[in-house]
Ligand binder design. Structure first.
Ligand code: C2E
Ligand code: MG
Ligand code: MG
Ligand code: MG
Length: 278
């Protein structure tokens, strides 16, 4: 009986796996129509200088599938990447985000995430500066976020690309620092302006002494190299206060503000300016 049950269970399991796979296939196919049919949108999450000065927003892409609903970027970005579509989606995000930023106070920056394919695409840096020219955004108001996965391949070209962006005046952030390989050679070789500490180290900052030691060390390391530090995933007041005390330059997370559609930004700015006063 046990054997029978076991086999039954295995069968159900593989059936549900099959459904998952079919869904992924379906999603993969509909990615191709998504760009054409305008199914992507962008939410913006505030970047805050402690205690509560807004300095910019990070653009986070969303896919509203007509049948499935909102699909998060962690699901579709890797698919788009392997299907060769991410360069085009990324360019769409870059252009939208830069255009959006021109409607904000002129000291606000906009941060845009780059995928490896987009970054490695021929003529990427030209495309970025053309985009800035076209929408009329100052280069120093754009911040490009790369993860170590972007930098894994073709190191000399990567360095050229980052240096070119740097010379243009664009800011470069190393995203999700502390995950991946976290080879310190990246910090030695690449011209980052900012290191973003992954939320994995922020989430139990209050109780976990090891996280505290690590975060404190990353802040010292970054500052020693002349780089700024942003903490990702700040969810509580206690985390924000601790990070402020330790000299963290910028905070990002649900405690400071959730990702929001562009038309919610005005209300958020009004509300947060009254928070600063009180
Ligand atoms: P990321 O660049 O590290 O962005 C931060 C992610 O953490 C976002 O998830 C954000 O919604 C989430 N987050 C922010 N604050 C908190 C918090 O306090 N707690 C928790 N638990 N989460 C928080 P999202 O929007 O789902 O994006 C996930 C990842 O997808 C991003 O991670 C980024 O790597 C990628 N991504 C998003 N937009 C783009 C894009 O336009 N292009 C590329 N290539 N990748 C993108
Ligand atoms: Mg990011
Ligand atoms: Mg990140
Ligand atoms: Mg992350």
């Amino acid at each position: 009986a046990a054997k029978k049950e076991g086999r039954g269970r295995a069968k159900t399991f593989s059936r549900s796996m099959l459904i998952v796979l079919e869904q992924r296939e379906m999603l993969r196919r509909s990615l191709r129509t998504a760009l054409r049919e305008n199914q992507f949108s962008i939410e913006y999450q505030p970047l805050v200088k402690p205690p509560f000065t807004i300095v910019g927003f990070e653009a986070l892409v969303r896919w509203r599938h007509p049948l499935v609903g909102i699909i998060p970027p962690n699901v579709f970005v890797p698919m788009a990447e392997s299907d060769g579509l991410m360069s085009e989606i990324g360019q769409w995000v870059l252009e939208q985000a830069c255009r959006q930023a021109t409607t904000w106070p002129s000291h606000f920056t906009v941060a845009v995430n780059l995928s490896p394919a987009q970054f490695l695409h021929d003529g990427f840096t030209d495309r970025v500066s053309q985009t800035l020219d076209m929408v009329g955004l100052r280069a120093d108001r754009l911040e490009l976020e790369v993860t170590e996965s972007v930098l894994l391949e073709k190191t000399t070209n990567n360095l050229d690309t980052l240096n070119t962006l740097n010379v243009l005046g664009i800011q470069i952030s190393l995203d999700d620092f502390g995950t991946y390989y976290s080879s310190l050679s990246y910090l030695k070789n690449f011209p980052f302006d900012t290191i973003k500490i992954d939320r994995y180290f922020i989430k139990d900052l209050e109780n976990d002494e090891k996280s505290q030691v690590i975060v404190r060390s990353i802040i010292a390391l970054a500052h020693g190299l002349g780089m700024a530090v942003t903490a990702e995933g700040v969810e509580t007041r206690a985390q924000a206060l601790w990070l402020e005390r330790e000299g963290c330059d910028r905070l990002q997370g649900y405690f400071l503000g959730v990702p929001m559609p562009p038309n919610a930004i005005d209300a958020y700015l009004r509300q947060s300016s009254s928070m600063e006063v009180s």
